[in-house]
Design a binder for this molecule. Structure first.
Ligand code: CTP
Ligand code: MG
Length: 373
């Protein structure tokens, strides 16, 4: 049996106060529209996807949606938007869902489809936890809580039934699709929803999404040759020593490893790719300035650094007393608290080129999290 989805997205999102349709604002790197749609796309139970869009948002929505998703221009009320979309629906069963409910689950989707097959309709709802009352400034009636539900979406029906109900409803506006069905068919049956299946409506509702932090991890490594007549710079701090590191830039091996870790976390290649040692503009470049550019790159992708962990491999000089200064300098440059940067140093026990004091190496890992919007 062909199953269609209508995702209601043609509202203005005025109460969310985000200066545009709340479904089109990226939060932690992804819009609510993409988040909600992805649950239905990946559940494998839906054959046809229809999104309602206002004329204003049409182009932007098209650019976000994968091929094969139909976009229908909505109306100035939710009921009108759904009515328009139902005319384009070809599935036998239709699930109607608010684009503003990204926390819908596969379990709810499955129960809605089964609910229609068994009872002819399925309205997602949860028993009211709170006592419900009527009133404005004063309460003038207590409705209790037993037998009272909060209604959510999806709400699912046989397409021909809900299409018919909406046709009979004319221009009358309803709270939701179940109410239209009730008016012209009979009592819709209930599917248990989920307390987390909230409709993102007010600014504070969006905090839930902001707290969801998908983190990314990257690693980086670098090595430079030790020579006389060069400065030794580690983490932007000049360390007194009889030798320094050789390189096209200031050869700050630690900052280089950190930059590579940050870039790698977002699959943005490496510093050699972005700041070629053949490019004269990077001759003697200050690596802390390059770090600033790297931070800007990840920022543009919607991410920021959460923490850094790094090790310097050097036989000499002893770095112990310089570590706090290096850490502080990096923390300031990256915009992190000091405790989010761990820098260690080790000798290689006289072994290999590091042991022979021919070079210094550094290794780093970086944790990136989505930037809050
Ligand atoms: N919706 C729609 N067409 C409309 C109005 C609303 O398709 N004319 C959609 C919204 O995009 C939303 C869902 O219906 O996903 C539920 O509506 P609501 O939460 O009220 O969203 P908005 O109407 O966009 O928000 P507001 O009322 O704060 O302006
Ligand atoms: Mg609204």
């Amino acid at each position: 049996m062909k199953i269609s989805l209508i995702l209601a997205c043609a509202g203005k999102g005025e109460r969310a106060n985000l200066n545009k349709n709340k479904l089109l604002v990226p939060i932690n790197g992804r819009t609510v529209l993409e988040r909600t749609l992805s649950v239905f796309l990946s559940c494998g139970m839906i054959d046809e996807f229809i999104v309602t869009a206002s004329a204003n948002d049409y182009d932007e929505m098209i650019s976000l949606l994968p091929d094969g998703v139909k976009v229908v221009i909505g109306g100035n009320t939710r009921s009108k938007s759904i009515k328009n979309a139902l005319k384009k629906t070809t599935g036998e069963i239709v699930l109607i869902h608010d684009g503003a409910r990204p926390f819908v689950t596969e379990r709810i989707i499955k129960d809605c489809i089964n609910g229609v097959k068994k009872f002819g309709s399925a309205v997602t709802a949860i028993p009211s936890r709170d006592t419900v009352c009527q009133g404005e400034q004063v309460i003038y009636d207590y409705l209790g809580k037993s037998g009272l539900y909060s209604v959510q979406t999806p709400q699912a029906f046989y397409t021909k039934d809900i299409l018919n109900a909406y046709a009979q409803a004319g221009d009358k506006t309803f709270n939701d699709d179940g109410e239209v069905y009730k008016e012209f068919y009979g009592n819709p049956s209930v599917v248990l929803g989920d307390i987390n299946n909230v409709k993102l409506t007010y600014p504070e509702d969006f905090e839930i999404l902001k707290k969801q932090t998908d983190c990314l991890v990257g690693v980086g490594f670098d090595c430079h040759r030790l020579v006389v007549n060069r400065k030794l710079i580690l983490g932007g701090i000049e360390i007194p020593h009889d030798k320094g590191l050789l390189g096209h830039s200031d050869a700050d091996v630690l900052t280089h490893a950190i930059m590579d870790a940050i870039l790698s976390a977002l699959s943005l290649r490496d510093i050699g790719y972005h700041f070629s040692d053949k490019d004269p503009q990077y001759k003697d470049a200050c690596s802390m300035e390059l770090l600033e550019k790297v931070l800007k790159m990840i920022n543009e992708k919607g991410y920021k650094v959460k923490s850094i962990s790094a090790t310097i491999m050097a036989e000499r000089p002893k770095l112990l007393s310089f570590i706090p200064k290096i850490t502080e300098n990096l923390a300031n440059a990256i915009g992190l608290e000091k405790q989010m940067i761990g820098v260690g140093a080790t000798t290689l026990e006289g072994l290999g080129f590091v042991g022979r004091e021919e070079g210094i190496c550094a290794q780093a890992s970086a944790v990136l999290v989505p930037e809050m919007n």
